[in-house]
Design a protein around this ligand. Structure first.
Ligand SMILES: *[C@@H]1O[C@H](CO)[C@@H](O)[C@H](O)[C@H]1NC(C)=O
Ligand SMILES: *[C@@H]1O[C@H](CO)[C@@H](O)[C@H](O)[C@H]1NC(C)=O
Ligand SMILES: *[C@@H]1O[C@H](CO)[C@@H](O)[C@H](O)[C@H]1NC(C)=O
Ligand SMILES: *[C@@H]1O[C@H](CO)[C@@H](O)[C@H](O)[C@H]1NC(C)=O
Ligand SMILES: *[C@@H]1O[C@H](CO)[C@@H](O)[C@H](O)[C@H]1NC(C)=O
Ligand SMILES: *[C@@H]1O[C@H](CO)[C@@H](O)[C@H](O)[C@H]1NC(C)=O
Ligand SMILES: *[C@@H]1O[C@H](CO)[C@@H](O)[C@H](O)[C@H]1NC(C)=O
Ligand SMILES: *[C@@H]1O[C@H](CO)[C@@H](O)[C@H](O)[C@H]1NC(C)=O
Ligand SMILES: *[C@@H]1O[C@H](CO)[C@@H](O)[C@H](O)[C@H]1NC(C)=O
Ligand SMILES: *[C@@H]1O[C@H](CO)[C@@H](O)[C@H](O)[C@H]1NC(C)=O
Length: 876
């Protein structure tokens, strides 16, 4: 059938430019090679191709692994066919592969199938193969040993692809292997994102062997094909020896070609598509293999079904040129003819050719953010159902519990029903990323914890059903407002601990039970109260363990608008220093300290690296960094909120309760453990650089946590006023050796820690002014002078009235003084400091026990305020 429109199939030249890619031996960096059905842990290198295959365990959740019958195994059978993954359950089963180079990149994707009588039925099933939402092909295998490869060139519209096998009623689908090969973006350029391979031929092969990796760096499979009527020409010279075009064609394929015997006769080929409406794209690869003499010329025109497409064209000597159709062709027979021009005395040639069919991708896939959010919901709760492939398409496979809107492009999720799905844990905040959600049903699950206020970001939400879950706390005010103005219906019945009235917003201790207490439900009410008491008790006990760790790593970077929301537009300032303001915020309904920095010394990359390192550090005696924000000039760090002030306030402040000696020693041990962890438990070790009482935070149980560590390289420390100098730290705490040499080690922190111990012992400011001489003197000088007198009671905070163990106090002073050695080599390491301080604590405890024994009840009141554990557990 002759094409109607002449202009529809113009060929365009793709010429290798001088700036094209150097031909280099390629590694497998753009490859993913999956041996389906192979055992979970195994990976191997194929002995023939050298390609490394991995098991498919990470890419699919369903199916069973089977091995082919040994009757169909042979020494020449590639190992990837030894096992298959079979899918006896479910109509559609998918592989999901996330690609490192995602969206916008081009991949060759190949699925391979060999039946091998793996199920002993002797008949291979017939099933359909989908690339995401698009029908790719049907898989039909003629016998047990036949091998079928299905291949596409895919310009990825999303960063991950799902490949699905659909049971069409003719047996369980199965698959042997999946292979991904990164292609150059500038190769196979058409208007279509999905091209399925029809033929890829190495014409004029002299070896008659299939060519693939490592001859083809992109691991295309080239079948030898010879036209009986044409002559083969070949060269022993190297084609594309220095540069190749973006198709990176294998040299062995390009070094042979076909040509006509009769120089004036045209070179012709054709194919007959099964479907005359199928659209084809053709890629023709040329390189002249004969060095032409001055009186020779090879020049020809290319015709498709008698229409002139391109020419005159002369292939370059030993240099690949690819010609391809820019518009797709269709018809009952597609004929190609290369006709020599009348000035040319050499016949046309052809080295290789590829024919692709265009796959229909007119259907819109689902919004990528929606998919991402659903995937995170799926993995958080371990949802099984049929949640595979695209959530909304094909329409017969819409994920259970979902409704989609197909009016928009891309499709959006409008309803999510996870009622009675056995969900356990908190309400995952990624639900709030399903921005088009109108109906959310989480009822009848085992969801605990608070109702996240982020749900109010679902602006289209009309119904929120949370009934029958052990949720805690109050409904966030934003949601309550929506409910009040009628735009949102909230159902919370059966949640014993959810407060549905906005009046209880801040008073966390008061829980209003939102069950309408009809007479018959009084018993329920009673039961609820019992449950509430149990939970409240559990909560109270668990309090120090703030569950911020549940925040998913990818959510640790927050946007500035999220920061504004979580701090209620910076409503409550809880602190301010030279370089930062600290605000109270709420993250997943937990209080956090939001530190807004005024400037950064470093660039974003360094900041990010450092922050990500710190996000991984968790220790009982270190304030956890739980998130951060870096947007333009806005730098924000989010920390665990420690709500009982800092040590400095407790030591020097006038109006707080005086810390007992035992409490002081416990705080010293806590802080020392935190520092020890930074020095010896972190890789690379972290030097705090600004150890001081103001940076030791206390919680309600007087447990100490070190704040503000690790960012010293990114940010000036609070009290350092000499931004231009390299040496940073706080006056009075600064290691003199570091100050003199600028050489920072962990021992500088040890020095500062020595100063801190003296503060803890004396409750005196680090630097004082002598009234008489108005000279500044350091607390250590003051202590040293008194040590000579041997009067320990005059050193220790007078407010303790001698209520401490003397040897414990002596020991503490001695530790402090060794920490303050001018030569850093003489200072102990933090491990030793921890050990020594623990002894101080033990001595004091022993004294107290003695006192209790002799004077029952008197000291008990002091210990009450204190926790029980002797040594804090380390969260390493
Ligand atoms: C895979 O490795 C895990 C431990 O790493 C082991 O328990 C399991 O048996 C291994 N599975 C197979 C199939 O080798
Ligand atoms: C699966 O993923 C895990 C974690 O990413 C990785 O450690 C493991 O090697 C992977 N297994 C295979 C077979 O690729
Ligand atoms: C196939 O044969 C090879 C030896 O040629 C053997 O190592 C391998 O285990 C066999 N595979 C199966 C699935 O039988
Ligand atoms: C690949 O090329 C297309 C245009 O042909 C472009 O839109 C896309 O961004 C490119 N992708 C990459 C990764 O360069
Ligand atoms: C295989 O299928 C064909 C038709 O689909 C059937 O005639 C034949 O009996 C089957 N063979 C076996 C072993 O089931
Ligand atoms: C299996 O089918 C292929 C064609 O798909 C054929 O070449 C081969 O000879 C067949 N093998 C047997 C054992 O029938
Ligand atoms: C390749 O096949 C052709 C016929 O198709 C034959 O004439 C030639 O000898 C074969 N070459 C080799 C190396 O087998
Ligand atoms: C060569 O081809 C031309 C054109 O097809 C034809 O006219 C001529 O007879 C052919 N010559 C021989 C020797 O076959
Ligand atoms: C081209 O020139 C060579 C000598 O350089 C001569 O032998 C040959 O016959 C010429 N060929 C043609 C087609 O004129
Ligand atoms: C070559 O063919 C064109 C038409 O295709 C014709 O116009 C031209 O005169 C011919 N030249 C020679 C030298 O025969």
């Amino acid at each position: 059938m002759i094409m109607e429109q002449l202009g529809c199939c113009l060929l365009q030249i793709f010429v290798a430019l001088a700036i094209s890619f150097l031909v280099t031996a390629q590694d497998q960096s753009g490859f993913i090679s999956i041996d389906c059905g192979n055992s979970k842990n195994s990976s191997y290198t194929d002995s023939v191709t050298g390609i490394k295959y991995i098991s498919d365990a990470n890419f699919t959740e369903t199916g069973v692994s089977r091995s082919i019958s040994s009757d169909f195994n042979s020494s020449t059978l590639p190992q990837k066919f030894w096992y298959v993954r079979s899918f006896p359950e479910g109509e559609r089963n998918c592989y999901t592969i996330k690609l490192a180079q995602g969206k916008g990149f081009k991949y060759l994707i190949r699925a391979s199938f060999m039946y091998g009588n793996y199920d002993g039925k002797g008949n291979a099933s017939v099933f359909d193969l989908y690339m995401g939402i698009n029908k790719w092909d049907s898989v039909v295998l003629s016998n047990e040993s036949s091998i079928t490869n299905k291949e596409v060139v895919h310009a990825l519209p999303t960063s991950s692809v799902s490949i699905c096998l659909v049971n069409t009623g003719f047996g369980s689908p199965f698959i042997s292997a999946l292979e991904f090969r990164l292609l150059k973006n500038s190769s196979y350029v058409t208007d279509f994102e999905l091209l399925a391979l029809h033929r890829r031929l190495d014409v004029g092969s002299i070896t008659n062997e299939t060519v693939r990796y490592q001859d083809d760096f992109c691991d295309r499979i080239w079948r030898p094909y010879n036209f009986p009527s044409y002559k083969i020409i070949s060269t022993s010279s190297t084609v594309d020896s220095e540069i190749s075009n973006s198709y990176n064609l294998p040299r062995i394929v390009m070094s042979t070609a076909i040509t006509t015997d009769n120089a004036s006769a045209p070179l012709e080929f054709h194919w007959v598509p099964g479907d005359p409406n199928a659209k084809f794209h053709l890629f023709l690869h040329f390189a002249d293999l004969e060095k032409l003499q001055a009186n020779q010329s090879r020049e020809f025109n290319i015709f498709q079904n008698e229409n002139h497409l391109h020419g005159p064209f002369s292939p370059d000597y030993l240099q690949s040129t690819t010609l391809f159709t820019t518009n797709p062709m269709s018809g009952e027979s597609i004929d190609f003819k290369f006709v020599r021009t009348n000035t040319s005395n050499l016949p046309p040639i052809l080295n290789a050719l590829e024919i692709y069919t265009v796959l229909d991708t007119s259907q819109s896939h689902t919004d990528e953010q929606d998919i991402k959010a659903l995937m995170s919901v799926k993995s958080f709760y371990g949802v099984r159902k049929n949640w595979q492939g695209d959530p909304c398409l094909p329409e017969s496979f819409v994920w259970h519990g979902l409704s989609c809107s197909y009016d928009e492009t891309p499709n959006r999720i409008t309803s999510l029903n996870l009622s009675s799905s056995g969900l356990v844990g908190e309400i995952v905040t990624s639900i709030s990323e399903l921005r088009s959600l109108q109906y959310l049903d989480l009822s009848n699950n085992n969801l605990s914890g608070p109702v996240p206020s982020m749900l109010s970001e679902l602006h289209s939400l009309k119904v929120l059903d949370l009934r029958n879950n052990p949720l805690l706390g109050s409904i966030p005010s934003e949601l309550m407002e929506k409910s009040k103005n009628g735009s949102l219906t909230i159902r919370v019945g059966g949640n014993a601990d959810v407060c549905a009235s906005s009046s209880c917003q801040k008073k966390k201790q008061i829980y209003v039970v939102p069950i309408v207490a009809t007479v018959s439900s009084l018993l329920v009410l009673l039961a609820a109260i019992v449950v509430w008491i149990i939970i409240w008790k559990k909560r109270a006990r668990k309090q120090p363990i703030i569950r911020l760790g549940s925040l998913e790593p990818k959510n640790q970077q927050l946007s500035y608008s999220q920061i504004q929301r979580m701090t209620n537009n910076f409503e409550t300032k809880i602190g301010e220093g030279g370089f930062a303001k600290v605000f109270l915020g709420y993250l997943v309904n937990t209080q956090v300290a939001v530190k807004v920095l005024k400037s950064s010394v470093q660039g974003y990359k360094e900041f990010e690296t450092e922050v990500k390192l710190l996000l991984r550090i968790h220790h009982t005696n270190l304030t956890s960094l739980v998130g951060f924000c870096y947007e333009k000039t806005n730098l924000v760090l989010i920390y665990e909120y420690i709500n009982n002030g800092n040590l400095k306030e407790h030591l020097l402040g006038g109006n707080v309760r005086v810390l007992s000696w035992e409490e002081r020693m416990q705080i010293a041990v806590d802080a020392a453990q935190g520092l020890e962890y930074l020095h010896h438990g972190c890789k690379p070790p972290i030097v705090h650089r600004d150890v001081k009482s103001a940076n030791i935070l206390l919680n309600k149980k007087f447990q100490a946590k070190i704040a503000d560590f690790g960012l010293s390289r990114s940010f000036p420390t609070e009290s350092c006023t000499h931004l231009t100098t390299v040496v940073a730290g706080t006056d009075g705490y600064l290691d003199p050796e570091y100050y003199a040499t600028g050489w920072l080690t962990e021992k500088s922190d040890v020095y500062s820690f020595g100063v801190l111990i003296l503060e803890i012992i004396t409750s005196l400011p680090v630097l004082q002014i002598d009234r008489a001489s108005s000279k500044r003197y350091h607390v250590s000088q003051w202590v040293m002078n008194l040590m000579k007198t041997g009067d320990i009671k005059s050193i220790v905070d007078q407010r303790l009235r001698g209520n401490f163990d003397l040897s414990s106090a002596w020991k503490a002073v001695e530790i402090a003084m060794t920490c303050l050695s001018l030569d850093s080599v003489e200072r102990p390491g933090m491990k030793e400091v921890v050990r020594e301080l623990s002894e101080c604590l033990a001595l004091e405890r022993a004294r107290k026990r003695r006192n209790v024994d002799s004077d029952t009840g008197k000291s008990n009141t002091v210990t009450r305020n204190f926790r029980e554990s002797e040594v804090t557990p380390r969260a390493r």
